[in-house]
Design a protein around this ligand. Structure first.
Ligand SMILES: Cc1cc2nc3c(=O)[nH]c(=O)nc-3n(C[C@H](O)[C@H](O)[C@H](O)COP(=O)(O)OP(=O)(O)OC[C@H]3O[C@@H](n4cnc5c(N)ncnc54)[C@H](O)[C@@H]3O)c2cc1C
Length: 378
C-alpha cells in the first residue's frame, strides 16, 4: 500500500550524487516545480543541477489528483475579496496562461477537459453562483452546470493529467538537454555556496529549494508560516458503471475525483474529517480516511469496481493561502506551500524563483508580492 495509481511504468533510477560537482544553481527537489525551475534556468543559459531525495515525482507531484486548475487554492471570488480585483485577476490570468503552456508543451500528458465544481448543498450552490459571477465579471470563462454529476459550475479553462508520467517526461527532456539530475540524494545541509548530501556536494552560487510538503523541515525558518499536511487518495480498477468526463470536486474541493481514459476512478479527500491527525509530515494512508473515501466511492459516486490503490502524499499550507516564493537566506530561494493545489502554481512559482535568483524580473512574483503586501485594496 502507498503506491499511487500513476506509477504504471518502469523508471530506471538516475545516478546518485557522488563526489563534488559545480553549477551556478542547484535545485533541490525534482517534482513538477523543481523541473520547471531547471527548464527556466536552462532557458536563461545558467548551468544548473537537480538533486532529489528519492526519485523524480516521488513527492506530491507524482501522487496527486491530476487536476490542472486555474487560480490559487481558494475560489476566485474569495481571492478577489482577500487581495483585490486587479491582483486576483492578474494571478488568475497567469495561471490560465500556464495551463495553456503546459498543454502545448506536453500535449500527450494534459487533457483540457474543463473541471466541475459541484455543490454539496444549497449554501455551496449559492457560493458557486458567487464564484461564477466574479469570474464572468472579470472576463474569465465559467458556466452554470447541472448534469448527472450534480449542480455547480463548469470551468472550461481547467484540465487533468497523469501527474507522474508528466513529471517523468519532463525529467527525460531535461536529461536529453544534458541537465544533470541526481536521485536518492537527500540534502542534509545547505551551507553558503554548497548543497551537501550523504554521497556528494554541489558547489554552487545559488540554491532553489522547490519542495512543497515538508518545506519547513529543510528551511526551518519558514516553520511559523508553513505547515505540512497529508492528503490521501484511492483508485479503482476500470469502472464502466460510471462516466465522469471531467475532473470533479465537491464540498469546497475537500473531495475530488477524476476518471482516467481506461475507466479507472481516482478519488481523494476527507482531510478535514481528521484535521489534527492530518497535520503531519508522515505520508502513509490511514484506515480512518480510507474508509471515508471508500464509503463516498460506493454511496455517492456509485462505483462498484474494486479498489486497487491507496496512497498519501505531503503538501504544505500557508495561513493566507499564498505560496512561498522568496529568498529565505543569502542566495537560497524557496518555492513551495501551494495549499493543496500546486500543479499549475508550483511551476509558475519555481520558474519565478529561477528568474529572481538570476536577477531577472517575474510577473508572477510581482503580483504575488502585491497580494502579500496589499490586501483587498491592491
Ligand atoms: C493526494 C494529493 C492530491 C493532490 N491533488 C492535486 C491536484 O489535483 N491538483 C493540484 O494542482 N495539486 C494537487 N496536489 C498538490 C500538488 O501535488 C503539489 O502542490 C505539487 O505536486 C507540488 O509539486 P512540487 O514539485 O512543488 O513539490 P513535491 O512534489 O513535493 O516535490 C518536492 C521533491 O523534493 C524532494 N525532497 C524533499 N526533501 C528533500 C531533501 N531534503 N533533499 C532532496 N530532495 C528533497 C521530495 O522527495 C520531492 O520529490 C495534491 C497533493 C496530494 C498529496
Amino acid at each position: 500500500m502507498n503506491a499511487p495509481v500513476w506509477d504504471d511504468s518502469a523508471w530506471p533510477p538516475l545516478p546518485r550524487l557522488e563526489g563534488t560537482v559545480r553549477a551556478d544553481v542547484c535545485v533541490v527537489g525534482l517534482g513538477g516545480s523543481g523541473l520547471a525551475a531547471l527548464e527556466e534556468l536552462q532557458a536563461l543559459g545558467v548551468t544548473a543541477v537537480g538533486v532529489e531525495a528519492r526519485s523524480v515525482g516521488a513527492g506530491a507531484a507524482g501522487r496527486n489528483g491530476g487536476f490542472v486548475l486555474a487560480g490559487l487554492a481558494k475560489a476566485y471570488h474569495e481571492t478577489v475579496a482577500q487581495f483585490g480585483r486587479a491582483t486576483a485577476a492578474a494571478l488568475y490570468r497567469l495561471t490560465v496562461a500556464e495551463i495553456w503552456r503546459q498543454a502545448s508543451d506536453q500535449p500527450d500528458h494534459l487533457r483540457l477537459t474543463g473541471s466541475l465544481r459541484l455543490a454539496a448543498d444549497a449554501a455551496e450552490l449559492a457560493d458557486c453562483g458567487r464564484q461564477l459571477a466574479a469570474l464572468r465579471a472579470d472576463g474569465f470563462a465559467a458556466e452554470p452546470y447541472a448534469g448527472p454529476e450534480g449542480e455547480g459550475i463548469l470551468l472550461p479553462a481547467d484540465g487533468c493529467m497523469q501527474p507522474l508520467r508528466r513529471v517523468r517526461a519532463r525529467a527525460r527532456q531535461l536529461r536529453e538537454r544534458r541537465v544533470s539530475l541526481y536521485e536518492n540524494s537527500p540534502v542534509r545541509r545547505l551551507v553558503p555556496g554548497a548543497v551537501v548530501t550523504d554521497g556528494g556536494t554541489v558547489l554552487c552560487g545559488t540554491v532553489i529549494v522547490a519542495v512543497d510538503g515538508r518545506l519547513e523541515l529543510i528551511l526551518p525558518e519558514l516553520a511559523p508560516r508553513v505547515r505540512t499536511a497529508r492528503l490521501q487518495m484511492l483508485a479503482t480498477a476500470p469502472a464502466p458503471e460510471v462516466h465522469f468526463s471531467r475532473p470533479c470536486y465537491w464540498r469546497h474541493g475537500y473531495e475530488y475525483w477524476q476518471q482516467l481514459p481506461d475507466g479507472t476512478v481516482a478519488l481523494g479527500g476527507f482531510r478535514d474529517h481528521a484535521l489534527e491527525a492530518e497535520w503531519t509530515t508522515a505520508a502513509a494512508p490511514t484506515a480512518f480516511i480510507q474508509r471515508l473515501l471508500e464509503k463516498f466511492l460506493r454511496e455517492k459516486l456509485r462505483v462498484r469496481a474494486p479498489v486497487t490503490h491507496r496512497w498519501a502524499g505531503a503538501v504544505a499550507y500557508t495561513a493566507d493561502g499564498l505560496p512561498v516564493l522568496e529568498q529565505v537566506r543569502d542566495q537560497v530561494w524557496a518555492a513551495g506551500a501551494y495549499s493543496g493545489t500546486g500543479n499549475v502554481v508550483g511551476a509558475l512559482g519555481a520558474r519565478a524563483a529561477a528568474r529572481l535568483a538570476c536577477g531577472q524580473g517575474s510577473e508572477w512574483a510581482d503580483w504575488l508580492g502585491r497580494a502579500r503586501a496589499g490586501g483587498p485594496g491592491s
